[in-house]
Design a protein around this ligand. Structure first.
Ligand code: SF4
Ligand code: SF4
Length: 342
């Protein structure tokens, strides 16, 4: 892997170069405290020292509301036209987000490939950026605090410079297009990178033991913890919407008033919604909130491990940060393991 150094005083100019590779998006402030990935025009609009945005990157590839096709009684159906050649560069993507995309790639690239997702994925360059964990981050426990692949470039702060790892030929083109802004790696850069890496690793506060969790969950299928959490849960579905690895959606047709034309759409869905497991005839397989909460945890920490060999959680902490009932995944799992007495 090619590694180069970008002095911080050159970052603004490099950001300018990146814009020639596509529309630039980055974490930017919305209001006092909130952050979102959105279009930006220069470095002054980018929040470099952020922890998490409200919505993860999935919003770019798997849209909250998506037109699958348009239909018409006379002409049949046609796919929606997107700006075919438009490219995007997303700057400032944290390691857990990149792992979130890798999980979605697995799901949408399975037996039935989701062409909507991959058509967008192929148009987006990812520029990663490392981060300092807050008290909600537990990506170290999920093994998603570091990435080796899944980015075009990845920037790590080493004081007055960034150590830049080049992940793809597109990333290499980006560096070559602004060659004079970069320099070779020196001994002190290597030392600073290793020192910062240890400091970052040591700064995690939240932790989950995942090693034998699938087995513990099987043992605790009837645990009182599910009732407890179900009593608090409001079934609002926010945890699914903000989760970088939740991918459920529902499909419906929107018809014109004369019934001649329409659109087939899909929208994000959540297994926490009351009618998610409602079937024809009126039976609901998960009518109780406790069973819906349990289903979400089992899917992420049990079913996904069986199918893909890893949990579908990247430890980003969003589900705790935005849950109106304050439900904390770290605490729920600790209770299941009896590390916290109730
Ligand atoms: S965000 Fe919290 S309250 Fe809302 S569905 Fe998820 S766990 Fe329940
Ligand atoms: S389950 Fe929670 S912590 Fe895990 S990836 Fe989803 S939002 Fe992040």
């Amino acid at each position: 892997m090619r590694i180069v150094i970008l002095p911080k005083e050159n970052l603004a100019e490099f950001i300018g170069h990146l814009r020639s590779f596509g529309e630039l998006h980055a974490p930017t402030k919305r209001g006092e405290k909130s952050l979102v990935f959105a279009p930006v025009s220069d470095l002054s609009e980018i929040e470099l020292n952020y922890t998490r945005t409200i919505l993860p990157l999935k919003k770019y590839f798997f849209k909250a509301t998506d037109v699958m096709f348009n239909f018409c009684a006379e002409k049949g159906y046609e796919l929606p036209v997107e700006e075919a050649d438009k490219k995007y560069v997303i700057f400032g993507v944290h390691p857990c987000e990149i792992h979130g995309l890798k999980i979605l790639d697995l799901v949408f690239g399975g037996k039935y490939v989701d062409t909507y997702y991959f058509a967008r994925r192929s148009k987006v360059a990812i520029i990663g950026l490392d981060c300092i964990p807050d008290d909600l981050c537990f990506c170290r426990s999920t093994g998603t605090d570091f990435v080796d692949t899944g980015f075009d470039l990845f920037l790590s702060d080493i004081g007055d410079s960034y150590l830049v790892r080049v992940g793809t030929s597109l990333g290499d083109d980006m560096v070559r297009a602004a060659d004079s802004l970069f320099r070779q790696v020196k001994k002190e850069d290597r030392e600073a990178y290793k020192r910062n890496s240890v400091q970052r690793r040591d700064s995690f506060q939240a932790e989950i033991q995942l090693q034998d969790l699938p087995g513990i969950m099987d043992l605790e299928y009837e645990s009182h913890v599910w009732e407890e959490v179900g009593e608090k849960c409001l079934s609002c579905g926010i945890c699914s919407m903000v989760c970088p690895t939740c991918y459920c959606y529902s499909v419906f047709d929107e018809l014109s008033l004369d019934g001649n034309t329409g659109q087939r759409k899909r929208i994000w869905d959540s297994c926490l919604f009351k009618d998610y497991a409602l079937v024809a005839g009126g039976h609901n397989f998960r009518a109780q909130r406790s069973s819906r909460v349990k289903n979400r945890y089992f899917h992420k920490q049990r079913g996904f491990v069986s199918q893909y060999g890893r949990p579908s959680c990247v430890g980003c902490g969003r589900c705790k940060a935005y849950c109106p009932a304050g439900i904390d995944i770290v605490e729920v799992i600790s209770k299941l393991r009896s590390e916290i007495r109730v």
